[in-house]
Design a protein around this ligand. Structure first.
Ligand code: ZN
Length: 315
């Protein structure tokens, strides 16, 4: 089975009077399910084939995933939801994201948006594959890619990134106590905060509490901690229609069917399970259109309730 190919131009989805379009960056194909989601083995694939939709795996136990941003035109503003992995970022711990050179900005321009046109970047969480395009390399230094944009992100994630980058143990513990999730099993990949957040002018960063309140008209950051310390899922309402950007609450559709699976990238596994179940319930109740961070193909779909849990329907 092959991954679904990427059209030169992704479809434009309408949510009320808002439009949403995927700006594809790269694929992450070939990761074994047992590595991505420890606990998931070949038996699941044979017992529950419907959990593994065509086009989301190679038929031999390896997942297909995508890395991309969502371009949103909402209330007269040009918004990006998450900022991909970026070019030239040194990520020796993550070979698939190390020193990339992708025509992401050309794809953005092909969708009618120049970097200086971007008004807002909404960040679900500060991980390397979600903040990378905040900056780009110019004459050996990191400069803002979107010079006129406000970057909206969690105040707690910002403080955590700053403390980890400084190696300030007291500050790290203080943020963890505020989060109340216990001790993590891993921390964000080092270097990300330094090369993709710190070079931004402080005037261009807006730190917000992830508490479900509006960060812009019609847009809320819903608390879904666990994958990262203060991970936000982003809900957008336009003329009564709802879009949900769940960030890394999910990496692959199989997690909709089996929400107790936890990815190898999650920092606080117990909290991530609770957040996933909460968000599935919320998505099914609100009949939201889901714009995922890593599902392959269209990356878009809906969640419904079924007898023993939830099901994923790509659209
Ligand atoms: Zn991610």
């Amino acid at each position: 089975m092959n991954p679904i190919s990427h059209p030169a131009r992704s479809p434009v989805y309408r949510i009320g009077s808002t439009t949403v379009q995927k700006i594809w960056e790269t694929d992450l194909n070939g990761m074994a399910f047992g590595q991505l989601l420890p606990g998931l083995d070949d038996r699941s694939r044979q017992q529950h084939p419907s959990w593994f939709p065509d086009g989301t795996h190679d038929g031999k136990g390896h997942a297909f995933m995508s890395v991309h941003s969502w371009l949103v035109h909402h209330n007269g503003q040009v918004i990006l939801v998450d900022a991909g992995a970026g070019n030239d970022k040194r990520r020796p711990q993550q070979k698939a994201l190390d020193s990339l050179s992708n025509p992401f900005l050309d794809r953005l321009r092909a969708a009618g948006v120049a970097p200086e046109d971007v008004d807002v970047v909404l960040i679900t969480h500060i991980h390397s594959d979600h903040v990378g395009w905040n900056t780009r390399l110019e004459d050996g230094r990191w400069v803002p890619t979107f010079p006129n944009a406000h970057i909206i992100l969690s105040d707690l994630e910002y403080g955590y990134g700053l403390a980890l980058t400084a190696g300030d143990d007291a500050a790290i513990q203080s943020v963890r106590e505020r989060a109340g999730l216990g001790e993590p099993v891993r921390t964000p990949v080092s270097g990300t905060f330094a090369d993709s957040i710190m070079p931004l002018a402080s005037a261009n960063i807006r730190q917000v509490s992830v508490d479900g309140s509006e960060v812009l008209p019609g847009i809320r950051f819903l608390p879904t901690p666990g994958h990262s310390i203060d991970h936000a899922s982003i809900e957008l309402v336009s003329d009564g229609d709802i879009a949900l950007f769940p960030g890394d609450v999910f990496h692959h559709p199989v997690e909709v069917f089996d929400p107790d699976l936890v990815s190898m990238f999650c920092e606080f596994p117990d909290a991530s399970r609770l957040s996933r179940r909460w968000l599935l319930d919320h998505a099914a109740t609100t009949r939201s259109t889901i714009f995922s961070s890593h599902f392959p193909g269209s990356s878009v779909g809906r969640v419904t309730r079924v007898a023993d849990g939830f099901a994923w329907h790509a659209v």
